[in-house]
Design a protein around this ligand. Structure first.
Ligand code: HEC
Length: 113
């Protein structure tokens, strides 16, 4: 939030008011505030104390959970990037990441048993 002119290759600058509102939302809703949400907790706990990953996709928990997905399923046009959560997690818009709600385009349901 401190350098939005250089936001993943885009100028995402905001008015100071909007910046403050979004910053407050992010701080109020950060993973460590929600110890009862097991996935938030696991993602947060996977980050070393001296590290600040630039994106959720760079956290050790996230990397571990997604490392078995074939690269071509991620780069295909229906997905294009691992950051496109909704392409596979059909209920991501509701904050739900259950395995049974995963549907990878041109692959289908995920079953790691
Ligand atoms: C290419 C499809 C794909 C994309 C895109 C993707 N995921 Fe996943 N995700 C998976 C699969 C498959 C698993 C299940 C891995 C396993 O448990 O074997 C998974 C697992 C997870 C889990 C762990 C669920 C658990 O078991 O606790 C979380 C949390 C998660 N994804 C969040 C995200 C978020 C957030 C994004 C976007 C930043 C994202 N994923 C993008 C396919 C995807």
């Amino acid at each position: 939030m401190g350098d939005l002119q250089n936001h993943f290759g885009t100028d995402a600058s905001l008015t100071p008011e909007d910046n403050q509102r979004i910053l407050k939302y992010l701080v109020d809703n950060s993973a460590e505030k929600f110890r009862n949400y097991k996935r938030s907790q696991r993602i947060n706990d996977s980050i070393a104390k001296n590290k600040t990953p630039i994106a959720i996709t760079k956290t050790p928990y996230f990397v571990k959970k997604h490392r078995d997905i074939a690269k071509k399923l991620i780069t295909q046009k229906e997905v294009s990037s691992i950051s496109n959560c909704m392409a596979c997690h059909t209920t991501a818009d509701k904050g739900l990441y259950s395995e049974r709600d995963i549907n990878i385009p041109n692959y289908g349901k995920w079953d790691d048993d």
